[in-house]
Design a binder for this molecule. Structure first.
Ligand code: SF4
Ligand code: SF4
Length: 214
């Protein structure tokens, strides 16, 4: 079982949301294909601001809004609550993580002159402009580097950020997602559906028109 370490890539910093709404306009870098190989994930994440959702985020939003997940969840394949797809006789593993759907003008489906689901907004939104990049370090341990998006006008405003609270949010989001994926991978591996040297890809759709149907 890998250990998870976490660190911030900056010193003391102040932040206060200016409610400009620019993080509610989602962006997917156009130069990427639908399947993003892991070695290009860092580049993808640096250029995008898609809102990743955990299963708990989806349940909370669905419960609060009475909307079905398919109304606000964007995945490359048809969303059925699972995130792992296996292709090419087990040689290719595709992690199809759900992201928030956007309207035609790229605003989040829950944006209407402000967030309409503020009390149940996803962890990724609570975290923004901060985000974590995952790095594998010796002994297969995992390091989560917390950085921030410097284009957010709230940086440098308001109170000092509580780094303890920030680390807790990041750890919480990471653990939820890891546990969801680990369970699915375990189930597929026990059923003999994954090859040992399988290549892993990520999908980060953020645009419904390109969906591949199963
Ligand atoms: S988090 Fe930053 S980008 Fe998002 S609404 Fe607040 S100030 Fe704007
Ligand atoms: S859920 Fe709310 S805070 Fe998050 S992107 Fe949508 S409108 Fe913005």
């Amino acid at each position: 079982m890998p250990r998870v370490f976490i660190k911030t890539t900056f010193g003391a910093i102040r932040f206060k949301c200016q409610r400009c709404g620019s993080c509610c306009h989602h962006k997917r870098p156009p130069e990427f294909e639908d399947l993003v190989p892991l070695e290009r994930l860092k580049e993808f994440c640096a250029k995008s601001n898609l809102i990743c959702l955990t299963k708990e985020d989806i349940e909370n939003i669905s419960h609060q809004t009475r909307q079905k997940p398919r109304d606000f969840v964007d995945t490359l394949f048809e969303y059925d609550g699972q995130c792992v797809r296996v292709r090419d006789f087990g040689e290719k593993i595709i992690l199809d993580f759900p992201v928030m759907k956007s309207k035609e003008d790229t605003t989040c489906v829950f944006y209407d002159d402000g967030c309409t689901i503020y009390s149940v907004r996803p962890r990724a939104c609570r975290l923004f402009p901060f985000r974590a990049e995952e790095e594998t370090v010796p002994q297969e341990d995992i390091l989560l580097n917390i950085s921030y998006n410097p284009t957010c006008p709230g940086i440098g405003e308001g109170r000092s950020v509580d780094s303890k609270e920030l680390k807790k949010l990041v750890t919480d989001q990471f653990m939820q997602r890891s546990e969801e994926i680990a369970l699915e991978l375990q189930r597929l591996a026990s059923a003999g559906k994954i090859q040992k040297d399988a290549r892993i890809y990520r999908t980060l759709p953020g645009r419904r028109s390109c969906s591949i149907k199963d």
